[in-house]
Design a protein around this ligand. Structure first.
Ligand SMILES: [Zn+2]
Length: 162
């Protein structure tokens, strides 16, 4: 069996796949088959070099991305920070005000004076401030705030204790 390699066998040889031993021996001995395989290998190598030469400069793109990360646009970052922190600080200030009033009342006044304090009004104001969930990360404050019922029972406990 001394026929030349078929197209499939040439392709297999180019792809460095294993040929049947007898076909591999033919390829070793047959100059035309050897030349065909080598020619295709050289064609592929040439095409690869051409593609690399005309392709995008990945190293340059990588440098540009790294520079962009090292020097981000300052105004964007500042705006982002202000956007997140302003409502959180507003809610924290509201909480401090409520707790401060509550402590003042329980410490220095008779318990009866607690009744006119518009606790529900203050709490609903705080709830309204906290209800704005449009800012990411803002939800985490929610768990720190006692529910209106809890707050009311805290005040009731203080009243019965004194
Ligand atoms: Zn041959």
């Amino acid at each position: 069996m001394n026929r030349h390699l078929s197209d499939d066998e040439i392709a297999a040889a180019v792809a460095a796949e294993k040929l049947a031993p007898e076909r591999a021996r033919h390829l070793e001995d047959c100059v035309p088959c050897r030349r065909e395989v080598d020619g295709l290998l050289e064609l592929i190598a040439e095409r690869r070099r051409a593609l690399e030469a005309e392709g995008p400069d990945f190293e340059k793109q990588r440098q540009q991305i790294l520079e962009g990360l090292a020097h981000p646009a300052a105004p964007v970052v500042a705006l982002h920070r202000r956007h997140i922190w302003r409502p959180i600080l507003a809610a924290a200030a509201a909480l401090v005000a409520v707790v401060g009033i509550w402590l003042q009342m329980t410490r220095h006044r008779p318990a009866a004076v607690l009744r006119p304090l518009p606790v529900e009004q203050i709490l609903s104001d705080v709830d309204a401030t906290l209800a704005d969930r449009s800012v990411p990360g803002f939800e985490s404050l929610d768990s720190m705030i006692p529910a209106p019922d809890e707050m009311a029972s805290m005040i009731d406990d203080t009243k019965t204790a004194s």
